[in-house]
Write a protein that binds this ligand. Structure first.
Ligand code: ATP
Ligand code: MG
Length: 201
């Protein structure tokens, strides 16, 4: 019997994950299923260059919430490449570092409608297409526009609409509203334990 081996197919889900929520997890799961991925690596950003002005929760909290949220899924992993790199996070560096760790793998960068529209403004965007295939997922409230992006390198995927955002989760916690079932149970408990997102008096 012969076995044909193929390059591992790895999804990359980059995000601030402040906090990680079920929108992120559903997007990762749907792309993994549709693109026959072997693994999805969640990569919490260090300092996101797009969010320089706003307060972002310290990266160790965001990293641990991501680990908690993905722990039960054997094909989900979490990488520290971005939080361990100094300076702002650029997707090109994320992909270069992951490629250096797993040179044999084929990468699929998963990104929401809001982020995909901005790819052409990302650093070294010409080189991005050599490092990964891009999968743009639909997201309620955001129009998916892949105009101007190379069609061979970018695919679109409709996913079940989950109108959840981290911004909304933070606002809910600050107001004392529940985030049960918007984020995984362990993340609800982590937020409470570490008093994250409480409104500052
Ligand atoms: P914030 O409100 O703080 O910007 P967010 O909910 O957009 O947070 P991010 O960490 O910024 O979460 O998102 C990481 C990636 O996940 C982005 O590509 C984003 O488009 C995608 N994403 C976030 N929420 C959803 C969702 N509900 N459905 C599909 N994709 C999503
Ligand atoms: Mg966002």
């Amino acid at each position: 019997m012969t076995t044909t081996s193929r390059a591992p197919r790895i999804g990359v889900m980059g995000g601030t994950f402040d906090p990680i929520h079920h929108g992120h997890l559903v997007a990762a799961s749907e792309v993994a299923h549709s693109f026959d991925l072997d693994e999805v690596v969640f990569v919490p950003t260090g300092k996101p260059w797009q969010k320089q002005k706003s307060d972002v929760t310290p990266s160790e909290h965001r990293y641990l919430m991501t680990v908690i949220a993905t722990a039960s899924n054997p094909s989900f992993t979490v990488s520290r490449v971005d939080i361990d790199r100094d300076g702002f996070t650029y997707t090109i560096d994320t992909l270069r570092d992951l490629k250096a760790e797993r040179p044999e793998a084929e990468f699929f960068f998963i990104t929401g409608a809001d982020a995909v529209a901005q790819i052409l403004s990302w650093r070294d965007h010409d080189e991005l297409w050599d490092l990964a295939h891009f999968v743009a997922v639909s997201r309620p409230g955001h129009v998916l526009s892949i105009e101007g992006l190379p069609s061979d390198d970018v695919s679109q995927l409709e996913i079940p609409a989950l109108a959840i955002s981290s911004t909304d989760c933070r606002a809910r916690v600050a107001q004392g509203d529940p985030v049960w079932y918007l984020v995984p149970d362990g993340v609800v408990q982590y937020i409470a334990k570490h008093h994250l997102y409480r409104s500052k008096e």
